[in-house]
Design a protein around this ligand. Structure first.
Ligand code: ADP
Length: 492
């Protein structure tokens, strides 16, 4: 089966979050199951620079469409390329749309690029055009689109289908329902979609255009990245205003847990560590801890429980609770090593906490892959107190690195971490610490459980080893996606 995988991020070339890791991990696993997978992405500078053996294919069609007016987007064309270590990839090349440095979605002022509707409509349009034979040598049987960035692909595909054309099947994966691709309705005419789609059962959302809603209504199947999140988004507040649409489509919605790329995220093969380690040889972890403490300016005490955080700093991640638990953490002899960036006010609050407790609380504002790996390896606990979390990858990395996850019971965190309650410890199930309410009190209660276990090294080791032995792998996730593909295209 020919599968076109449409997304806006790809590790290691361009990453703002977990989507990039998924785009790197899932397609090769699908390929291993026999799918002929190719990627389609915007031609962002980082990707164009990495691209090898590029082959120009065709201009994106702008001519009048079977259902009405033409698209009015800057000129764009499709090139075929190989990315190092990656699969064959189509890139939408357009200096008018993508030749800008930095973050794929935000300008240097931290605000969305003003023309994001056009920039990402072009991605969806390229996908649908490939479905209509833009590359005559390779026409996808199925288009798998990811997040709002690619959300118009199913809308264009539906428009072609309604016009009587043969079209590929479409699957849409929600990585985060909170980011919806909302735009003023005055951009609608430029998108070249049938006017009938600007409607409640289409992409209209309280007078605006929603790329996310377009995908939710027009894709054949919907998935999201954990079973619990798939349930949570069917009601407020996790439904983010789209729970009604999702309830209507719940019959075609499923939750498939993300996997981890253990080639990249494994302490036994981590290129960012000076000494690797594994289940049976944990000395490397002690070395990583000391290095982390020194690097972050923490007092290098082996017995201090180090809590790590690697995260975007947004309200989603629940890190506004941290300043209120830091006192309790430090009083108990713990340390905090945080790497993150995002919300400016939150950044400042966290920096203030570090100033208050020099040597015990260290906050590094920034985005850095190597440091992320070093925090993951060097910390004793990785904290993910999210308000909501579609899947979450950092807790999965924590498990593999013997860094016990401390998480809120929500979304994929609830699906992947088992609390160190007495009964779970006794029955050999515990892998971390889980709390319920989005409150500093509950967060601190979980931290106190972590301290209590930390004082029992033999039990701590047991929990650590259990987590390290677990696998959340892409081959398993890929099997579930393949089953969905096959249900849509039986026999292909
Ligand atoms: P989300 O996609 O919501 O940000 P995930 O847990 O799914 O959350 O994925 C986060 C990914 O981004 C992980 O690979 C994590 O290591 C990485 N990450 C987050 N913040 C940073 C940072 N400041 N520096 C480096 N990597 C980061």
């Amino acid at each position: 089966m020919k599968v076109l995988f449409v997304c806006a991020e790809l590790y290691p070339f361009l990453k703002t979050g977990g989507l990039a890791d998924v785009a790197a991990g899932l397609p090769p696993a699908l390929k291993a199951l026999g799918c002929d997978v190719r990627l389609l992405m915007p031609g962002f500078p980082a990707l164009m620079k990495a691209a090898r053996s590029t082959k120009p294919l065709a201009a994106l069609p702008q001519k009048p469409l079977p259902w009405g007016p033409a698209l009015q987007l800057p000129q764009a064309s499709l090139v075929q390329a190989k990315l190092p270590g990656g699969l064959l990839t189509y890139l939408v090349q357009s200096s008018g749309l993508y030749s800008r440095p930095g973050n794929p979605y935000l300008g240097p002022n931290g605000q969305d690029w003003e023309d994001n509707a056009g920039r990402f409509a072009a991605l969806g349009w390229a996908a649908a055009s490939l479905g209509q034979g833009l590359d005559p040598d390779w026409v996808p049987d199925l288009i798998h689109v990811h997040d709002w960035h690619a959300g118009l692909a199913p809308a264009y595909v539906r428009a072609f289908a309604d016009a009587g054309c043969t079209v590929p099947a479409t699957v849409f994966t929600i990585h985060n329902l909170a980011y919806q691709g909302l735009f003023q309705s005055d951009v609608f005419p430029a998108l070249g979609l049938p006017s009938s789609q600007f409607d409640v059962p289409g992409l209209e959302f309280f007078g605006q255009i929603s790329f996310m809603k377009a995908a939710l209504n027009f894709a054949d199947r919907l998935t999201t990245v954990s079973p619990t999140y798939a349930r949570e988004i069917l009601s407020a507040p996790q439904g983010c205003g789209l729970d009604g649409v999702l309830r209507e489509r719940s019959g075609v919605l499923s939750g498939i847990l993300n996997g981890v790329d253990y080639q990249v995220w494994s302490p036994q093969a981590d290129e960012f560590l000076s000494k690797t380690y594994d289940l049976d040889a944990l000395q490397g972890k002690a070395i990583a801890k000391k290095k982390l403490q020194l690097d972050f300016g923490l007092v290098p005490l082996a017995k201090a429980m180090v809590v790590g955080v690697v995260s975007r700093l947004s309200t989603q991640k629940g890190l506004h609770l941290l300043p209120d638990v830091v006192d309790g953490l430090v009083q108990r002899g713990g340390q905090l090593a945080l790497l993150g960036q995002g919300d400016a006010a939150l950044e400042q609050t966290l920096v203030d906490a570090a100033v208050k407790y020099p040597g015990q609380v260290a906050v590094r504002i920034g985005y850095d892959e190597a440091t992320a790996h070093r925090v993951m390896a060097g910390a004793d606990v990785i904290a993910v107190p999210s308000a909501f979390e579609p899947c979450g990858l950092t807790q999965l990395y924590g498990l593999r690195y013997g860094t016990l996850p401390l998480v809120r019971r929500v979304g994929g965190l609830a699906d992947t971490v088992v609390d160190c309650s007495l009964e779970n410890l006794e029955e050999g199930l515990a892998t971390g610490f889980v709390f319920d309410a989005l409150s500093a009190a509950d967060f601190l209660a979980a931290l106190r459980r972590a301290f209590a276990l930390y004082r029992r090294p033999a039990q701590w080791r047991q929990v650590q080893r259990r987590g390290m032995a677990q696998r959340f792998d892409w081959p398993t996730a890929a099997q579930h996606y393949l089953a969905i593909y096959q249900s849509l295209r039986p026999g292909v």
